[in-house]
Design a protein around this ligand. Structure first.
Ligand code: GRF
Length: 198
């Protein structure tokens, strides 16, 4: 059993962060969240981290929406290293990860995406699924590489698309699955039951 030292990055409300932290507190996941970092100073995830007594840090504002300037990403790497983070968990982090972070944490960055990849990469994947008329949706945890929503798939969870689903109702169902799946994958990693390249 390895105690995972996690750094969580998020841009939004942080429900995946909460699910992971709660599973640690229940003793189901052998891990510690060393720091939560957001690209938005007012993101809900930072407030939620503070409520658990976990260090919460915001990155300096970026002039881009979908990526960080290399110097800000280097600052992010410095922050993660200063908290001795070994695994970087992207939990609703809405920026494409570039070289500074990828090179600092090879095979140690995981993302959750709200679709059954490789289907529906990109933004609001649950809306894409609804529009496509599929009968099943879900979520995927995968390693992060230089592509968008690419990288080796580590696990998936399926949910049905129900008659009369709205974008909101489908997203809510997918999010419940996300919370279970992310924890499940991290438990497997901590128990050395999931081989990830080193
Ligand atoms: C999730 O649906 C995740 O799949 C997507 O962004 C959302 C984050 O939700 N990438 P939360 O901030 O964890 O509540």
């Amino acid at each position: 059993m390895t105690k995972l030292k996690l750094g969580v990055l998020g841009s939004g409300k942080g429900s995946n962060f909460v699910a992971i932290q709660d599973s640690i507190l229940r003793g189901e996941l052998e891990a510690e969240i060393k720091v939560v970092i957001s690209d938005h100073a007012t993101a809900g995830i930072l407030e939620r981290a503070k409520a658990y007594g976990i260090p919460a840090r915001a990155l300096p504002p970026s002039q881009f929406k979908t990526k960080l300037e290399p110097e800000i990403e280097l600052e992010l790497v410095r922050l993660l290293k200063s908290y001795e983070v070994e695994w970087v968990i992207l939990a609703g982090y809405m920026r494409v990860v570039k070289k500074p972070l990828l090179e600092a944490y090879p095979h140690r960055i995981l993302n959750i995406h709200p679709s059954l990849l490789p289907a529906f990469k990109g933004l609001e994947a649950w809306k894409q699924a609804l529009l496509a008329g599929v009968s099943e949706a879900g979520c995927t945890v995968h390693e992060v590489n230089e592509g968008v929503d690419e990288g080796e798939i580590l696990g998936q969870m399926r949910v049905p698309v129900e008659k009369g689903d709205s974008a909101e109702s489908l997203h809510a169902r997918i999010q419940k699955a996300e919370h279970l799946l992310f924890t499940e994958i991290l438990v497997k990693i901590s128990k050395n039951n999931l081989r990830i390249n080193s």
